[in-house]
Design a protein. Structure first.
Length: 139
């Protein structure tokens, strides 16, 4: 008999998202493997594991607090910034990755690599960027 339960993941304090709940399986010997993905699949006898699962009213009660990988990687902040942002370190906009790919003025061989943070501003043009127009600076 396979089981499933939920874990919780925290977002960082500056992130406006609430806790994520992630489903996890506990597999038994009857579990199979999906040949196309290589992922384990639970057998037909699957039941909810209350003891392992998080309490939605008090998710931290059992411990097991982990940081959301989306948050630590900057993916949350990128989504908050509507996918385009102005770097707070080098003050240049048009960034569409989680990190700034502008070249450093001091050393042009090096990219800024600043990961978007709470000080970075959304680039007002959004994804429909029109390079012929000057960038409005939204504060
Ligand atoms: Zn099973
Ligand atoms: Zn917690
Ligand atoms: Zn987050
Ligand atoms: Zn930068
Ligand atoms: Zn920043």
């Amino acid at each position: 008999m396979c089981t499933y339960y939920y874990l919780h993941r925290h977002h960082l304090p500056t992130c406006s998202r609430t806790i994520d709940y992630v489903m996890q399986y506990g597999f038994c010997e009857q579990a199979t493997v999906d040949p196309s993905t290589g992922m384990a699949l639970p057998c037909d006898n699957i039941c909810f594991d209350h003891d392992q699962s998080v309490d939605y009213n008090d998710p931290c009660a059992m411990g097991g607090c982990t940081e959301s990988p989306d948050c630590s990687s900057g993916a949350c902040r990128l989504a908050e910034l509507n996918g385009m942002w102005i770097c707070c370190e080098c003050h240049r906009g048009g960034n569409v990755y989680r990190w700034c790919d502008h070249r450093m003025r001091s050393s042009p061989d090096t990219l800024c690599y600043h990961v978007c943070c709470k000080n970075c501003q959304p680039d007002g043009m959004g994804l429909q960027v029109d390079l012929s127009m000057p960038n409005p600076v939204a504060y």
